[in-house]
Design a protein around this ligand. Structure first.
Ligand code: HPA
Length: 274
């Protein structure tokens, strides 16, 4: 997808993608979209009945996942409630160089497929020292430090309740121990310096990563209610030892079965049409 794109083109491509997903999966409408980041990939299968597994590269505007730890497939899953979930394991990151519109495409496609709720998950560095590696933390707000917006034109969207208070309170009813934190999105792909982490901490950041905020803005602009959850895969730079992407992935894998249970409980508690 070109980085210079107008809104009509972007929406057209999202509708084409949604049409292909509906045709290949046989599911006309998806009620909820989930994006699975590091550590969350295995959660998909336990959410319900897998109706279709579609290679992302076959869906307009998506590319096969080349980032280790990301699955490169889009799944259609029928939840216990009867609602249909679109599960995106092929998240586009800003650091891939395909531009912010490629990042927005997943949420635009989900909205075109009918989704009214977005559950965005990621693996993140923990800035807040009270978070431990392996913790799942609800995102309460974000700092978008990518210096870009996914929105095109005069789309002045209110982000006051971006990470829905209502959905977070439902999540905390089913998982009372869940902590909450402010997520900082940076463009990556490099990890941060210790000085940057100290600065982010002063700014109020408690989690740091390279995804999610831009997707959340896109989802909100399309009328979706957003729930965000991070897995703390490592202590942020300067707070422990050096950060190695392979260790980040290994922590993700170690947490996978616990996260699958958590995510299923959260998703089953969400108010969705069934
Ligand atoms: N920084 C940025 N992104 C990340 C990190 C981190 O420490 N851990 C996982 N994704």
């Amino acid at each position: 997808m070109s980085t210079r794109i107008n809104l009509a083109q972007a929406l057209h491509e999202a509708h084409s993608a949604a049409d292909v997903i509906a045709r290949l999966s046989g599911v006309k409408q998806h009620d909820i979209v989930l994006t699975l980041g590091s550590g969350w990939r295995e959660s998909a299968a336990s959410l319900g009945d897998v109706v279709a597994v579609l290679p992302a590269a076959e869906i307009p505007g998506f590319s096969g996942g080349w980032v280790p730890g990301h699955s490169g497939v889009i799944q259609s899953i029928r939840l216990e409630s009867g609602a249909h979930a679109l599960v995106i394991g092929a998240r586009a990151h800003l650091y891939e160089g395909r531009g912010v519109q490629a990042v927005a495409h997943g949420m635009r496609t989900a909205a075109a497929a009918g989704a009214r709720t977005a559950v965005l998950t990621n693996g993140a560095g923990g800035i807040d020292p009270t978070f431990s590696v392996g913790d799942a933390v609800l995102i309460s707000d974000h700092l978008n430090l990518t210096a870009v917006s996914p929105l095109i034109g005069a789309d002045f969207v209110d982000l006051t309740d971006l990470y829905s208070e209502r959905l977070r309170s439902i999540a905390r009813q089913v998982e009372p121990g869940l902590q909450q934190g402010i997520y900082v999105q940076l463009p990556g792909p490099h990890f941060e310096t210790p000085a940057e982490i100290r600065a982010l901490s002063i700014l109020g950041g408690q989690l740091v990563g390279m995804s999610t905020a831009l997707e959340a803005i896109t989802a909100r602009s399309l009328g979706m209610e957003v729930l965000g959850v991070s897995l703390v895969t490592n202590a942020a730079a300067g707070l422990s030892g050096p950060i190695d992407h392979l260790d980040v992935l290994a922590e993700g894998r170690a947490a996978e079965s616990k996260l699958a249970l958590t995510l299923k409980r959260l998703v089953d508690a969400l108010p969705l049409p069934g």
